[in-house]
Design a protein around this ligand. Sequence first.
Ligand code: PEP
Ligand code: MG
Length: 896
Amino acid sequence: MTEKQVYLFEEGNASMVKLLGGKGGNLAEMTALGLPIPPGFTITTDACKSYYKQGGQLSGELQSEIRRAISTLEKVKDSRFGDANQPLMVSVRSGSVTSMPGMMDTILNLGLNDETVLGLARQTASESFAYDCYRRLIAMFGEIVLGIPSLLFSQQLENLKIHAGRESDGEITAGEWKQLTGVYQLLVKEHSGIDFPQDVYQQLNMAVRAVFRSWNNARAKVYRRLYSIPHDQGTAVNVQAMVFGNKGEDSGTGVLFTRNPSTGAKELYGEYLINAQGEDVVAGLRTPRRLAELREGMPEVYDHLAALASGLEAHYRDMQDIEFTIENRTLYLLQTRSGKRTAQAAVKIAVDLYEAGEITKEEAVCRIDAGHLDQLLHRSVAPLEELKPLAIGLPASPGGASGMIALDAETAEAWKQNGSRVMLVSAETSPEDIHGILAAEGVLTAQGGMTSHAAVVARGMGKPCVCGCDQLSIDAEERIIYLGDHILKEGDVLSIDGTSGRVYAGDVPLSDPEMTPELLKLLGLADEIRELKIYANADTPQDARISRELGAEGIGLCRTEHMFFTGTRLPTVQSMILADSREERLSLLERILPMQQSDFEDMFKAMNGLPMTIRLLDPPLHEFLPNLEQLGEQLRRLQLTGGGLEEQKRLKRMIAKIRSLQEKNPMLGLRGCRLGIQFPEIYDMQIEAVFRAAKTTAHNGIEVRPEIMIPLVGDPRELKELRALVDKVASEVLGEAFKSISYRVGTMIEVPRAAVMADKIAEHADFFSFGTNDLTQMTFGYSRDDAEGKFLNSYLDRNILSGNPFQMLDQEGVGKLIEWAVARGKEKKSFLKTGLCGEHGGDQSSIFFCQQTGLDYVSCSPYRIPYARMAAAQAVIAARDEAANKKAEAVILPIE
Ligand code: PEP
Ligand code: MG
């Protein structure tokens, strides 16, 4: 027997989210709570998967189950699907397991045809209402099911208005709506080759198939990739009896948050439109009214809504995002879900609920989407007197941003790829624009409210956004925009402040973010829970100070080569690389030494008492030299003019040297410890600089804890040789202080062979730091830069890879090497310290892996530290939950 594929709302519950999707699970839960939910049913995500397996068909069983569920709705609603007198109408909506707002499709008013529309007209005593509903259905069906551009329908509506001299939709007569349904039907026939189906079951089957199909539309795929949502989850479909928000001035539809989703303040926050249907609010086509106005217009409805909202929040113990419809002053709830929120709001809400005793410390920490913490560390527009905004819109997503105006998503994406910062400016955004929002620093729209797509998507991505800026108008042909009296061209720089809604011409000063008391509180809770230490990847004294302020407990990776690039150092470094003899190189190294030493001193001061892992030079030497093509060009120019003979000689020498240093595969060539073995004087200088700095700083009462890290080791003998060098230089430099300053020598594990031979390597190491950037490159055999630019996306689309392994640690492959290396290393040396310092140190799932594998620390870039602290705490909670589940399973297993 096949599995049940259709559940009435009263048959499901919130724990069935995997099967019913988030929306379906919630509708079931709300039905069980006795809330005013229009009746309906959910077609499962499994049915979606079968649909794909069957090549895009709905099985006979599924169709029968749908018919049975419809007949239940008919009984409840005392109406019949396709009946000319008492017609039942339904909405058909997608509902995936993980919320993907606006990414898939919805069809309303399904069940209307040339006959049932008459029944609806009679029932509601409004022909105008009935035909308005019908024309909406044909347009939505035409667009979503048959793929006809929605513009064609709206153009016909505009034509009709011009012809009939109507200013707004409200003035259109019943006869005109009716006429429009005829025009729309012709349009459907012309563009799809089929008649708009009059059989209501055919409408329903086609709509269900279209929603299933929309799981794989381009914007949904981009969204899933962005938020690492598995492509094989599938979507559920919710079919629900219609209630109408467009029945006149005492009807409407809206969205309500139980707390302010931007700030987290405890207040009802929302928007609604009078005489409007379903998607009008989220679509952002009309600028909606604030919820406070509903209190004046329909106080009893407002009170009912407020009471339901607070009940729902108490039930779910979290801020809710509720969609509602008012039909002739009767309130219906269409859905509730955990509301999307800014990081600022997420933190405040979690702390408020924790302090009110509603949720535990662990729950508070888990309420934070660790990715959103980045948002709090966003820059904002400095509050300067002289900054005069050109316009003000709705503050839809906080933070300040500047960029070149791009008037469409494609332009935004193309300019971003060329390295420009762009600001997406648009009348409104639709879900198709997601790649443009992704590419942009920020988004500005003329229309749409705080819950429009632009706002929701930008908030989710942590990008500043200003919506509903009615002083903005756009001339897409001329590629110019008007902001009040000002005219700007596409490509001009514009700035926005998504926290205040202000829009400025040109660049504006952006100030650094600060930690709010709520964030500090929450991070404190996370610190009480987590076990992993959080270190920073910091290469400058400034980074070291910031890292410490953000809670770093040490530096896990100081890439010393970055110190070679700063200030006036590069020419000396270049001369050192170009040196003809060892003597010449030594004398130049002597000039570099005090520069490195002084940086180390400042960093030791900043890290007083905390470990500081200093990695010796890693990249191939040619990376420090100028670009060969540019040098060639300079030389050619001089040769043409015949001038600068000395300079020509210098250039020729440099070109020859760069050529001699060039390699076929530099990432696999002379770099890391190989370089240190080939040119020991470079490492010697670096080690000397570290210990001189340690000695001087310790002398001034600072507690120093240097940890010297050798990169790219692949064989134990490499480490043995270089460790001997470190010990020798340390004892020479420290002299008497050798006894009082303790240091460690360890290695990066970033070559697969080192992981495999970890026991032997551990003999010479005090610590292992997994360099998962290189370890991933070398384990997969992918060059990161080439993979990301060339084939990675297609691998993700084809599901060959389930995530980008350079962002999210590949636990099955690279992770196995890490587990092996940790186990072998610790077998040899139980006190071996282990950590990870690749980019993955700032990624949630990778941090979970580090916790499971028993590493001591993860190291990430400074602004990622709060994120890592939170994720590390979540990792502990997840591990505890898993252990508890296992225990529970063990208890209920029957004894054989
Ligand atoms: C690594 O390979 O993971 C690493 C941290 O080193 P880098 O990124 O500097 O190669
Ligand atoms: Mg590396």
